[in-house]
Design a protein around this ligand. Structure first.
Ligand code: ADP
Ligand code: MG
Length: 696
């Protein structure tokens, strides 16, 4: 029998966490480091050597020989370069060394990471700096040091730096509000995040036979299997042994790395599953989600499986998302989105709530952009994920309160008139039944759930936007309230004014319905359907203003990121298009011709015997027509690719990939998928949806 895994003993065993620090560091150093972590400050170089040395000894005991500054460049995945601890003594021997300097700062050769022209303009080097608020850990024989990545002149080259900046910014703004409500003890407000990760598992052997999965992470061809998700028999269904054993393995790896894996279940689509951790501070949650995705892929291979994290691996069934649950919490443990019990707590809750409503309304284009990717374009608005229109779901109860507040009316299910700072809110049930799954941004009792994020996304992006735009509302509120003579009256007026101004973004109805498109347009809410439609938001004047006001992104950084976004989109569609063309030409077309030949041969044989080849003739004709069409569509796609490749402007090029290349791909696929339903199974050159989805 397999050895019993002791979760309590093993949890965080590979992490240099607070407990380990406490055991391993001199008291004064531990205290200084803890203060640094708690206040999100920089590490004092005087203690860095001591911390580095203790970390190294601990890592070596865990089998590490190397260390790496682990960072999150604009590729969206993580990057690492490993250096060993060895230091030659000059007599042919070595010792293991690791200095404070090496811990705090690294200098990877960064010339091949996307920078959006930043390094070309300034300097070729990039630096990494330890983020002490995210613990170091040991994995695969290396000590991993979570870092931020920036250029010589200080521009962020990664996803992490802006996130850390935004966490400071929202903390400062929230503290101003808390102070007005009499909280003088909180020193920091932390943005908390819990990311629910969806994924697919397919057989490695099947996967290996499909170039599209290998090169693009999704199927570019495939007629629907006779059975899809219509019976709803997979969602929360019994987990198969093989998948259960994968999930167990995954949990154990996650726990050892201190990731609080909590929930696992089958998802809606066949072969689709979900894992959710317990929430953590936004930067840690981001690091841990990146690690989770990496572990999911690695462990799958050990089980003869491949984990697909693409947003839309299969047409016709649900794709995968990643719900980004977000809230704000004080360092003394108060969740600021938890409606309190007393009138004052309720008033504070409503202040934060209205600040968020204002933020989402004013910057919905940025939120939309923060989840934009070629992969996610398949999901948003396709009746499986929220539409591309960003709106807020509050639930009936809370919407009534907001409405009563706005109109100065009696709150219907309460007895008295609701008056900010005087009356109490009713108890909101932590809502599990009245879930509106079609809303992009839903209040779920004590947090918001941003549901538009796609499965492969680095969640630093959406959380950077959320933190910044909420900081903006809160600081604007603080500007007004700090000057007020009568706090309650001023607060009441402020909330009412903002509700009136921003309630258009609140929508409790069906986000999948066609009526919502019409209604949203009437309300003036943006509907940025594709990534290419969404990208310009990054440098829209109001958005540059809010980011630079708080120092979350500089204007240079925003333009760089815009360029990277466009370029990235074009590259992805280019790879997909080339793969589509290649598979159609070198795999599908020859298979279809072989099939046609056999059909025609049979027809000829029958004819020779004087038998009318009725079925063969019909089949041959149908196949012939589709083959001609397929061939034309290959040519059309190739022409579109060449044309798009020749466009030099980033934005124009992305538009060409979106409007021409992608459309040509879809049109080719339709013909190929129809051929798949005609051509005999033994002829078809790669595994079909049946085999992919129902064979794990
Ligand atoms: P669901 O039914 O949507 O799965 P859960 O209550 O299980 O809802 O929560 C989903 C995620 O939300 C989990 O990762 C959980 O830790 C996270 N979450 C809960 N409270 C908060 C919070 N205050 N801040 C951020 N995330 C939270
Ligand atoms: Mg959820």
């Amino acid at each position: 029998m397999a050895e019993h895994f002791n979760v309590v003993e093993q949890f965080g065993i590979d992490v240099f966490n607070e407990e380990t620090m406490k055991q391993r560091l001199p008291k004064n150093v531990f205290k200084a480091l803890k203060k640094t972590i708690a206040e999100g400050k920089e590490l004092d170089s005087s203690i860095a050597d001591v911390v580095a040395s203790a970390m190294k000894d601990w890592a070596i005991e865990k089998g590490a020989t190397h260390y790496t500054h682990w960072f999150q460049p604009m590729t969206g995945i993580t990057a690492e370069k490993h250096d060993s601890f060895i230091s030659p003594m000059g007599d042919g021997t070595v010792i293991m060394e690791f200095s404070g300097k090496e811990l705090i700062k690294g200098e990877p050769d960064a010339s091949s990471f996307p920078s959006g022209g930043i390094r070309a303009t300034f300097e070729a080097r990039g630096y990494t700096a330890w983020d002490p608020t995210s613990y170091a850990f040991v994995k695969g024989g290396s000590l991993y040091i979570p870092t931020a990545f920036y250029s010589y002149s200080g521009e962020a080259l990664d996803k992490k730096t802006p996130l850390l900046r935004s966490m400071d910014v929202v903390s400062d703004a929230a503290l101003r509000i808390l102070k007005l409500f009499g909280n003088t003890t909180a020193k920091r407000v932390v943005a908390t995040v819990g990311a629910e990760q969806e994924y697919f598992l397919v057989n490695k052997a099947t996967y290996d036979k499909r170039k599209d999965l290998i090169f693009t992470g999704r199927t570019l061809f495939g007629a629907p299997a006779p059975k899809g998700q219509e019976l709803d028999d997979h969602y929360f269904g019994t987990i198969k042994d093989r998948v259960a054993s994968y999930m167990k393995d995954l949990d154990e790896h996650m726990w050892k790395l201190g990731i609080t894996s909590k929930t696992k279940h089958n998802e809606v689509a066949p072969a689709q599953h979900e894992n959710a951790p317990i929430f953590a501070p936004a930067n840690l949650a981001t690091d841990q989600n990146q690690l989770t995705m990496e572990l999911m892929k690695k462990i799958a291979l050990e089980h003869g499986l491949v984990c697909l994290l693409h947003e839309k691996p299969f047409a016709g069934i649900n794709g995968s998302g990643k719900h980004d649950n977000w809230s704000l919490s004080t360092d003394d443990g108060q969740n600021l989105l938890d409606p309190g019990k007393s009138p004052m707590e309720n008033a504070q809750f409503l202040t934060f709530l209205v600040a968020i409503i204002k933020a989402v309304d004013e910057y919905s284009d940025l939120l939309r952009l923060s989840v934009a990717s070629a992969g996610n374009d398949h999901r948003l608005g396709a009746n499986e994920a929220p539409p591309a229109i960003i709106s807020i779901f509050l639930g009936e109860e809370l919407e009534n309160v907001i409405e009563a507040l706005e109109e100065g009316k009696e709150y219907t299910s309460g007895r008295e008139m609701f008056n900010v700072g005087v009356s109490s809110l009713p108890n909101f049930p932590k809502d599990t039944t009245d879930r509106n799954r079609t809303s992009p941004f839903a209040f779920t009792g004590n947090k918001f759930e941003f549901r538009s994020a796609g499965s492969s996304l680095n969640i630093a992006g959406p959380n950077t936007v959320l933190n910044t735009i909420v900081a903006n509302s809160l600081s604007e509120f603080a500007d007004v309230l700090e000057k007020a003579d009568d706090f309650n009256a001023a607060l009441h007026d402020l909330l009412v004014k903002n509700i009136k101004q921003h309630k258009r973004v609140i929508f409790n109805g069906n986000g999948y319905g066609a009526e919502w498109l019409v209604e949203a347009e009437k309300r003036g809410l943006p509907n940025l359907k594709t990534t290419v439609d969404a990208i310009p938001a990054l440098t829209a004047e109001k958005n540059v203003k809010v980011f630079t006001k708080f120092g979350v992104y500089s204007e240079v950084e925003l333009h760089a990121r815009q360029e990277i976004n466009y370029e990235n989109y074009s590259k992805i569609i280019n790879i997909e298009a080339l793969t589509t063309s290649d598979m159609a030409k070198t795999e599908i077309l020859p298979a279809v011709m072989k099939f046609s030949k056999d059909v025609c041969d049979m027809a000829a044989s029958k004819k020779a015997l004087g038998i009318e080849p009725v079925v063969e003739t019909e089949l041959a004709n149908k196949t012939n027509t589709l083959t001609i069409s397929l061939n034309e569509k290959i040519d059309a796609l190739n022409a579109a690719i060449v044309k798009a490749q020749g466009v030099s402007d980033y934005a124009e090029q992305a538009k060409a990939y979106c409007d021409d290349v992608f459309v040509a791909m879809q049109s080719l696929r339709a013909v190929a998928d129809e051929l798949e339903t005609i051509v005999g199974e033994e002829y078809w050159p790669f595994p079909t949806y049946d085999e992919l989805l129902f064979n794990v």
